[in-house]
Design a protein around this ligand. Structure first.
Ligand SMILES: [Fe+2]
Length: 142
């Protein structure tokens, strides 16, 4: 099921995020930088899976272009903007800025993930029943 696969991705990103935050909390700049880089790559990869594979498949099947996927794409842009700020904070060595931004990103991500896990992903499972395996393979191949 798409819901299970994508929810697992969210949890994986959450774990990497927690590692980056705890390194920052310990004032461990190098550790925070490397953990953050790993988290950012995982999250951006996940957003790409949705924007390049899952959302277009859902939109094509349902004809819903301006609905939930449009809102999710907009929220992805907000998340990317905060990621950029976090990256700059770490590059400048400002742990306090980084941790403040991490709080903001965490709220954005949790609200966003909730909508996907409880509304959009189940909708994609219903709309794309029978194609779930192929879609997951295409997302993994990105
Ligand atoms: Fe998303």
């Amino acid at each position: 099921m798409i819901t299970d696969f994508m929810t697992g991705e969210h949890r994986h990103c959450d774990q990497l995020f927690a590692l980056a935050e705890s390194a920052a909390n310990d004032d461990h700049l190098d550790g925070a930088r490397s953990a953050y880089a790993e988290f950012e790559a995982a999250l951006l990869g996940h957003l790409d899976m949705e924007e390049q594979v899952l959302f277009p498949a859902f939109e094509a099947r349902t004809g819903m272009n301006g609905g939930p996927t449009a809102v999710m794409r907009m929220e992805h842009e907000q998340m990317r903007a905060v990621l950029g700020q976090m990256q700059r904070a770490l590059a400048g060595g400002s742990m306090d800025d980084f941790l403040g931004l991490a709080e903001t990103l965490n709220v954005l991500i949790q609200q966003h993930n909730m909508k996907e896990e409880h509304m959009l992903y189940p909708m994609t499972d219903r709309a794309l029943a029978g194609e779930a395996g192929a879609i997951i393979e295409r997302m993994r191949a990105l």
